[in-house]
Design a protein around this ligand. Sequence first.
Ligand SMILES: *[C@@H]1O[C@H](CO)[C@@H](O)[C@H](O)[C@H]1NC(C)=O
Ligand SMILES: *[C@@H]1O[C@H](CO)[C@@H](O)[C@H](O)[C@H]1NC(C)=O
Length: 187
Amino acid sequence: MNKLILVVLLGLASAQLQSVQTLNVTQYLGNWYEVASSPWVHLTFEKDAFCNRATYGLQQDGNLSVLNMERYGSPSGEIKQITGYAYIPNPELPGQLKVHLEGAPFEYADYWIVQLGPVKNEQYQWAIVSEPSKFFMWVLARDPVEYNLLYATQVQNTVTNTLQFDGRFNSYVVRPWTGCVPYNNTQ
Ligand SMILES: *[C@@H]1O[C@H](CO)[C@@H](O)[C@H](O)[C@H]1NC(C)=O
Ligand SMILES: *[C@@H]1O[C@H](CO)[C@@H](O)[C@H](O)[C@H]1NC(C)=O
């Protein structure tokens, strides 16, 4: 295929999903609880995982530190964790991050912040995260109980109907927090 046509086609494919146009990184830091995600996530990165939590911090070099924790096999299962870092390669596309996780079979993965909820206590309250192929999708929230009360209906509708995560493996699947044994925050 002609190289130019290929570039145009790739451009069209990635144009389907847009990332946020502004991001206040400070308001994105802290703990995030996974309240929904796509089956692609459950079949791969988070196989047999429960209670997935991500914690983002600021490193001295300006990149974000990443700490992902999960319980393995059940909501009270053994804690597993992975660390890494993330950065924004192009400041004009602040929602398109690259993530590196220690020991993962890839150097960098795309991490696109697609939509953000309102800011409360200087933190975004929810985030829809995906990547250009739209296989992997996560909805992160600051407080799973409050998310269910205030935002879940609207966010599920946005993910399913507006963003069209409506395939068998890239749909919105609720990730419950009931029964999750809390993480010790010093970890
Ligand atoms: C973040 O990490 C990348 C990749 O290692 C590096 O190129 C960059 O200089 C770091 N710092 C910032 C602020 O992007
Ligand atoms: C980003 O958010 C922090 C915390 O809410 C705030 O202090 C800061 O002014 C914000 N930065 C910008 C550029 O809006």
